[in-house]
Design a protein around this ligand. Structure first.
Ligand code: NAP
Length: 264
């Protein structure tokens, strides 16, 4: 049994739970975080039974300063750490002026502050173990999301931050990866009141992938030494187009389409 430890934020469902299963399969011990205690307890119990690993939980809201600080202190007190996955996240629907400031602040705290602060706390131990720092961004990090106004900008921060840290510590053995999923079948969209059965497409340019597929791809990419991981031909093509077509074309296309509205 391996003695390696992975910390995963937002492990309750979706991509975070898929990371918990993937690390458990590799024999890692786990520290899982989230707010929904019964779901997190249930997942921990299944992982203990199925993989015979140690799973600890730390409940908390990452938009709350005290809860964030408590997780920082937990990470600092760990004797060793082999992987940190900053996964917790969500989208808030609305244009800039349509959303109250405290909701904007909470999203910035979860996506930007928590990702940065937890990475900072974990870095010395990740350098010692030559471990993994996996931060969950989004294809939206390349796309203006005017109708969920802070989603794209905060995910752009997560991607750029991870690229910066990854390059800075590459020679020290840190394996940093920003994963940039497109539509992924999780609780993310149902939380926003969207019917998952109608929303997720099985084929075509906007097809959705499973959380397990996104996570499997990220492990392949980290092995290859990549800094960015994008699951699915459709989203790799989308990002290629966003990066290489003239900005004016993209803005015209986005302005015409409903895609600037993130959810509905
Ligand atoms: N699904 C997609 O299409 C998609 C695409 C691109 C990127 N992403 C990103 O993938 C990540 C995971 O989302 P998901 O798709 O797996 O959705 P999900 O199933 O809703 O999972 C989100 C996770 O984040 C946690 N979380 C949310 N707000 C939190 C807070 N304030 N404090 C602590 N934990 C919080 C949730 O746990 P609790 O509810 O227990 O707190 C949950 O475990 C997010 O960063 C999201 O932005 C998703």
């Amino acid at each position: 049994m391996s003695n390696r430890l992975a910390v995963i934020t937002g492990a309750t469902s979706g991509i975070g739970a898929a990371y918990a299963r993937a690390f458990a399969r590799q024999g890692y011990k786990l520290l899982l975080t989230g707010r929904r205690e019964p779901e997190l307890q249930g997942l921990a119990e299944r992982l203990r039974t199925e993989y015979g690993i140690t799973v600890s939980l730390q409940l908390g809201d990452l938009s709350n300063t005290q809860d964030r600080q408590a997780l920082v202190e937990t990470i600092e007190a760990l004797p060793e750490l082999d992987a940190l996955v900053n996964n917790a996240g969500y989208a808030e629907d609305g244009r800039l002026g349509e959303v109250a400031w405290d909701k904007h602040q909470a999203l910035i705290d979860v996506h930007v502050v928590a990702t940065t602060q937890l990475s900072h706390a974990a870095l010395p131990k990740l350098l010692k173990s030559k471990g993994m720092l996996i931060n969950v961004a989004s294809v939206a990090s390349w796309i203006p999301t005017g109708q969920s106004v802070l989603y794209g900008p905060t995910k752009a921060y997560v991607r750029s931050f991870t690229e910066s840290v990854g390059l800075a510590y590459r020679r020290d053995g840190l394996k940093a990866l920003a994963i940039c999923p497109g539509f992924t079948i999780t609780d993310f969209h149902s939380r926003m009141g969207i019917d998952p059965d109608r929303f997720y497409k099985k084929k075509g340019f906007t097809r959705a992938w499973t959380a397990d597929q996104v996570v499997a791809r990220s492990f392949q990419d980290i092995e290859k030494g990549k800094l960015i991981s994008i699951q699915g031909w459709n989203y790799r093509l989308l990002v290629f187009l966003m990066r290489h077509l003239p900005m004016s074309w993209m803005m015209a296309a986005l302005g015409r389409s409903e895609s600037a509205r993130f959810s509905k």
